[in-house]
Write a protein that binds this ligand. Structure first.
Ligand code: UT7
Length: 325
């Protein structure tokens, strides 16, 4: 008897060159470096250049992930791009990534679950691989969230940044007695009753325009820690593990205080929590794979480690995925 698992073969990331500091933001809106650092934990964020689109960021991260996996686009038969900021209303950014990678084969689609998009995409790719619909997936979280910001609204414009992260997932059969690896369990949730607590006030069917991010920050904050910890416990339960078994917690990077709150509620030692919100800000669907890429590149996450990914965002949507690296 063997067990089918989706294993992570490579991780990649891309951050646009331009860095926007809190001090620069303080010249644009009534805010301060002190307020942003104290209330959110952000020091700086990256902003995509004029003419640089989400699919460009996604391709750069994808190429790094392919290199890390020792694969070429030829090896991939599924591309999922988790994004809320596609280049065009359609086609999916994923098909543009497919084209830019020179692929004519396989399937590609976008997944829209806002900040939870990457965790949703990992769980979705895992299902496709488990069911035999694909063998090797390129799963990307990519955003040019700066394009959705109202740069006069200090309540939102200081919080977000642009970037992309990617992983390669491969279906493997694990023989009885061999060490278990790959995605062990995922849990996904949503509750649309909270849609207007964090949303964009435009879209093709409503205003026929793009719109800007609108957020009732304290309301989102109020729900965040409870929803994150619930879904983490669900995921651990499904896989038969406890918080003590975790080597690394890679949370969505929205606010340092939310991450610290969730870590404390779970009883996780702070040194097991990967933090990048200070340098990346909230990059929505890109935040978890960007954080993952940092912790893999600096050698913290190693083969055999038990890693919990988690995210929560607009919808509300939230979810977690437990991976044996
Ligand atoms: O990724 C999706 C998930 N998103 C989130 O998880 C975001 C969740 N929410 C948050 O992280 C926090 O609610 C914020 C960071 C958005 C806001 O922090 P807060 O501690 O909840 O602040 P607040 O909105 O209650 O505002 C406190 C004060 C207000 O002033 P008064 O009314 O007390 O005088 C705000 O007007 O801070 C003021 N304020 C600011 N001051 C300086 C709000 N934004 C700013 C700012 N600079 N950028």
């Amino acid at each position: 008897m063997t067990k089918t698992r989706s294993i992570i073969r490579g991780v990649g990331a891309y951050l646009p060159e331009k860095i926007l500091t809190n001090a620069e933001l303080a010249k644009m809106v009534d805010t301060s470096d002190e307020w942003i650092q104290q209330r959110v934990g952000i020091k700086e964020r990256h902003i995509a250049a004029e003419g640089q689109f989400t699919s460009d960021l996604a391709v750069a991260a994808a190429q790094q992930a392919l290199d890390a996996a020792g694969m070429t686009p030829h090896d991939i038969d599924l591309i999922i791009v988790a994004t809320t900021t596609p280049d065009y209303t359609f086609p999916a950014a994923a098909t543009l990534v497919q084209m830019k990678l020179g692929m004519h084969h396989g399937m590609a689609f976008d997944l829209q679950a806002v900040c939870s998009g990457f965790v949703y995409a990992v769980a979705t790719a895992d299902s496709y691989l488990q069911n035999g619909l694909a063998s090797r997936a390129l799963v990307i979280g990519a955003e040019t969230f700066s394009r959705l910001l109202d740069w006069t609204d200090r309540g939102t414009c200081v919080l977000f940044g642009d970037g992309a992260g990617a992983v390669i997932m491969e279906r493997v059969e694990i023989a009885d007695g061999a060490p278990d690896r790959g995605v062990l369990a995922s849990a996904l949730r949503s509750d649309g009753h909270h849609w207007d607590k964090l949303y964009v006030d435009g879209g093709p069917s409503s205003t026929k325009g793009v719109g800007h991010v609108r957020m009732q920050g304290p309301e989102v904050f109020r729900h965040a820690v409870g929803k994150i910890t619930d879904v983490v416990y669900d995921t651990l339960d499904k896989a038969g593990y406890t918080v003590d078994d975790l080597d690394w917690f890679v949370p969505h990077q929205a606010n340092r205080r939310i991450i610290d709150g969730a870590g404390a509620k779970l009883g996780l030692p702070p040194e097991k929590v990967v933090i990048t919100v200070d340098r990346h800000a909230n990059t929505s669907a890109a935040s978890v794979p960007l954080a993952l890429s940092v912790a893999v590149a600096d050698g913290r996450i190693k083969e055999g480690d038990l890693v919990m990914l988690e995210a929560m965002g607009g919808g509300f949507t939230w979810g977690a995925s437990l991976i044996r690296w």
